[in-house]
Design a binder for this molecule. Structure first.
Ligand code: FES
Length: 114
């Protein structure tokens, strides 16, 4: 879990959620106080919901391979470019959040959380 407390950047409404260096080491980081994950995926940062949209399994226990996040409960996986679930599964896509990186810090838009 990201140890740094969440703070809102008053200038433009973005929230710092994790250090980039830490994410590169850990691969998947839970965001303190939010049901979000920050994922290092093939050189890109992805922020998504922690609960699987199929049956709410904890995706923090999943695995990332070949650009997909694999749910730990069933065989479905999610494309980390757009959140699309494996074809044929009766579920909504995984919700992804816009991300920006500034000064080694990963930020998400505050309005995306409410
Ligand atoms: S709970 Fe994640 S695929 Fe079923």
């Amino acid at each position: 879990m990201c140890a740094r407390p969440i703070s809102v950047d008053d200038r433009d409404g973005w929230i710092a959620v994790c250090d980039l260096d830490r994410l590169k080491l850990e691969g998947i980081v839970r965001v303190a106080g939010r049901d979000l994950l920050v994922i290092w995926n093939e050189g890109h940062v992805v922020v998504c919901e922690r609960a699987c949209p199929h049956e709410q399994a904890d995706l923090a226990l999943g695995q990332v391979t070949a650009g997909r996040l694999h749910c730990p409960r069933h065989a479905a996986s999610f494309d980390l470019r757009d959140g699309a679930i494996t074809a044929g599964w009766p579920s909504a896509p995984l919700r992804l959040h816009p991300v920006r990186i500034t000064g080694g810090q990963i930020w998400i838009e505050a309005r995306e959380l409410f």
